[in-house]
Design a protein. Structure first.
Length: 232
């Protein structure tokens, strides 16, 4: 199993990705910044005698990296490669393991600060409108699960910023708004989202999902249902 992350210049992101890979018995690879690249990992597996591999994208939306960059990186290999779905919503279904992981992180963040009556689900950001809609879908599902209004926000690109989302919820009557991080690993964009939310008065900000047990369960399930994309 090869877990492929986007990659970040922040070394904390690679550490989190490798920790998740170890938790599921897989190998980490990166599309950018950190190494190794997916094709390099898969070539090494082929040379070691493996005839097939499953690739799990460590992505929460099917934006450009999931639709174009990753399939392109898997072409021309000498083993069968099955590509799993992303870890975010697929076909309108939010994975229950993802909601479990978000709720657990939120509970940990609020242990010392008390309750909340509004929630912002903050993601990195994308220009892809369909990808942004899947973040909104996750926000609605998380809000329904926790019984509070939940608004999607984005650190960059199009869409509402976390600070604006916190302000809007407070203007609508929420007194204690928290930010749930829709990030797999820390990095510049997570820090930007967290700073914006705190600056607007968020009472708590969760950590990225990292190598949480619920996320590991989701990775294993995605791998088990992966389809062969690139036959040798």
């Amino acid at each position: 199993m090869v877990l492929v992350a986007h990659g970040s210049a922040d070394p904390r992101a690679a550490l989190q990705t490798r920790a998740l890979a170890r938790a599921v018995g897989g190998v980490a690879a990166f599309l950018d910044h950190a190494g190794p690249r997916p094709a390099s990992v898969l070539r090494d597996l082929s040379l070691a005698g493996h005839r097939s591999a499953v690739v799990v994208p460590l992505l929460l939306t099917s934006a450009y990296h999931g639709r174009v960059d990753l399939p392109a990186a898997l072409a021309g290999l000498e083993l069968d490669v099955a590509l799993a779905d992303v870890l975010g919503p697929v076909d309108g279904v939010v994975p229950p393991e993802l909601l479990d992981a978000l709720a657990l992180r939120l509970g940990s963040a609020l242990r010392s600060s008390g309750s909340y009556d509004g929630l912002v689900l903050a993601a990195a950001g994308t220009r892809d409108a369909d990808a942004r809609e899947t973040v909104s879908l996750s926000a609605r599902a998380l809000g329904e699960r926790l019984g509070v209004p939940c608004t999607a926000a984005f650190a960059t690109s199009d869409g509402m910023r976390p600070a604006e989302a916190v302000a809007r919820l407070r203007a609508a009557g929420a007194r204690r708004v928290a930010m749930s991080a829709y990030f797999l690993a820390p990095g510049k964009l997570y820090d930007l989202a967290a700073a914006g939310a705190r600056g607007a008065g968020a009472v708590a900000v969760t950590r990225p999902l990292g190598a949480s047990p619920d996320l590991a369960r989701l990775v294993r399930r995605r791998a088990a249902s992966a389809r062969v994309l690139v036959p040798a």
